[in-house]
Structures are given as C-alpha cells and as structure tokens.
Design a binder for this molecule. Sequence first.
Ligand code: GAL
Length: 435
Amino acid sequence: MGTAVGSWQGATLAWVLVLLAGAGALENGLARTPTMGWLHWERFLCSTDCALEPLSCVSEQLFMQMADLMVSDGWKDVGYEYVCIDDCWMSLTRDHQDRLQPDPERFPSGIRKLADYVHSKGLKLGIYGDVGNKTCAGFPGSYGYYDLDAQTFADWGVDLLKFDGCNYGTQDQLAEGYRNMSLALNKTGRSIVYSCEWPLYMRPMQKPNYTEIKHYCNHWRNFADIYDAWNSVKNTLEWTALHQDSIVDVAGPGGWNDPDMLVIGNFGLSWDQQLTQMALWAIMAAPLLMSNDLRHISPQAKWLLQNKDVIAINQDPLGKQGYRITKDNNFELWERPLSGGAYAVAVMNRQEIGGPQIFSFSTSFLGNGLACNPACSIQQILPTSEDWGLHNWVSFLNTEVNPTGTVLLKVVVIGESPAEKPVMNINKKPSPDIL
Ligand code: GAL
C-alpha cells in the first residue's frame, strides 16, 4: 500500500505518474485492485437503539466483532481488509471545535480507539461522511468543513472514506465538494481510500465526466442502492450493461465503478442468485464490500464469498472491467479480459420460469475471436470447480445454467508452438462440437 501524496515533491511525482498512465486516475497509490471489505449499511441500516437491538445497532461493538471475525474466520486471509462504518455513527451535533464526533452512547471509546483496534487485527477502518449539509439519514454533513473533517478522519487513523451526496445544494456545489474533499484527504498525508457517490447524484441533471471523477475518486457509485433482492441485483446489472460504453473503459487500477455492496449471506437471494452476484461482481471489477452478518453466515455463503478463484478474477492485476457481449433471449454472455491473455466468462440465465436451460455458444464469440485462438483450456469456477479441458477457436460450448443463476468460466489461451499444441479433450463436459 503506498502512502498518500502529502509533499510538493510527492505531488509532482504523482502528476508524472498520472501523465505516464495517461488515464488521469486518482494517484494516491490506493485501490490498485478493487477494494475488499465489509460495510454495515445494507444489513444493519440506521439501527441506533442499542437497548432494543443490542446486537445489531450501529456501535463500536458491532465493528469490533466484525473485525474479530474477519481475522478468525479466514476473511482477511482471502483479501477482505476494510471494516467500514456507514451512516448513523455520528452525534447530531459537532463538538465545541466544530469537529464531527461519534454518538457517545454507541461509540463510547471514540473512533481513534476503534481504528487502533481494527489496525491491531491487521485490518483497516472505513468511515462515512456526506458532501452536503446533512447525511442521508440526517446527521451532520461536511459542507463547509471539508478540510477539518478530512483532518479529523486522518487524526483518528481512518483508512477509507465513503462520501455520500445527499443534501448537496447546487450541481456546482456537488462537484466542488467531491473535488475539495479529495484534495483535503490528500493534504492530510494519510492514505485514505476515497469512495464517492458523485456520478449517482450528478446523473439526473448532467452526464458525468468519468475522466474527471476518476481523477478525484478511488471508486464511485453510479446506480441506486442495492437491496437484498434479486430485482435489485438484476437492475444493477442491466444498468451497468446499458451504460457499459461510457463506464467500462475508465475503470482500472486506482479507480473503479462501484455497483454497491455484496448482499450474499443474507435473506433475499436464492443460491443461484448469490452465485450470479459473486460472478458478475468479479466480471465488473467491482469493490467487494460485503454487507452481511459475519456472526451468522451459512457455510455455503462463506464458501462463495471466500472462493479464491473468483476473488482472483475480481482482483486481476490487469484491472480491466468486463462487459456484456450479448443478450440472447434469456441468456446473457459477459466477459472480462484478464492478465496473460486470459478471459473470465459468465453465462447468466435470466429466465425465471422452468428449470435449467442450455446455452450454446461458439468460442469465437470470446475475446473478439482471440480467447481460444488457436486453442484454450477452460476451467469452470462457479457453481463448482470443474475442468472443461482443451478447446479451440471453432468449439461450441453447451452451458447448462439454473434459472437466475450463472456459470463462471476462466478461459486461458494456449499458443501455437508445437510444444503447446493442444490435444482436444472430447471426454470432458461440455463436449465441444466442432463446426
Ligand atoms: C445512501 C447511500 C447508501 C447509504 C445511505 C446511508 O445514499 O447510497 O449506500 O450510505 O445513503 O444513509
């Protein structure tokens, strides 16, 4: 993890890197791959009554418990690192020096102590603020206090800021606010991942300028809040596919599109739908921020969220976001270019009636015809790990997919040299039909 650019020399270096990269990403050295962690919002919302709901109110105890479990239950080992507080952590008023302060009943030890605790576990702490006058839940916003709030977060040892866009005033104030908070965080000299919702609030009035947004933010929400429901996951995917021409190319190391939290391990998604969320969040190079209760999570959901092969696709160092190649009746075919000329491929069945359906497609669809040219090996990653063997540029793949489920594949190209010349494997499922 790099350090934030605080000095003049550091800033100059950052600009050189920006010019070399040519992408204009926020060069604070952070989020080189999509952020992984846990965020309280979708599961715990704004539960503030600890007398009524002692186990689920937004309190220091909740975050300490999640931090403990992230280490003891293997989450940290597979890459989940940031324990993030969302809205409703604050006191309704600032302190006598105008600084934000946590609710004294629910965070009696203060955020500095909580950050120390999280750091002692080898994890990082995320916090939440808002660009406008008030947060979405009505707590104090940062408008007029960007420098002070950034410094307060840095003094506390915070490592990520989710900056919401409620109650922002004019469009100019929204944009200025997001820019100023980015600069304020940078000025503190602390490495703080900057998670924005700028394009989400901007889009109804104005088309977002993603080059500029990437210059200021490490990731950014584009679309409505995720719910623990298939409709919500489905709509998020559809929105992303419909806007892929304007949002996919901008994503890369240092700046990512954020389709919102993973809701796997909760109540609303069937197993197949959970597979779809995990597979497609990997294809989309999305931040993997789980919002679930790590104290009560099924072994199945844990297996999926901790699946190293899927995480490796999500965290692929090439840092290219995937896209939908085609939508054919009820099937969608997505791919993501990976390092080494490989591709991740997702076949999703959107049909919500009947049983498993077979989707047949030619490998020539993949990677603009290059993914299996002249040959490739295919590994199925989800729903289960299976070796599909060797195929070539004229193979047809028959993929059986459950309703609302997804089959995720990794396709590795094999070169033409005699040593690597493939032997077609016709015994492995699905059998390749040679044209
Ligand atoms: C929404 C935001 C959610 C959550 C909520 C808190 O605007 O998109 O992710 O942070 O505010 O009030």
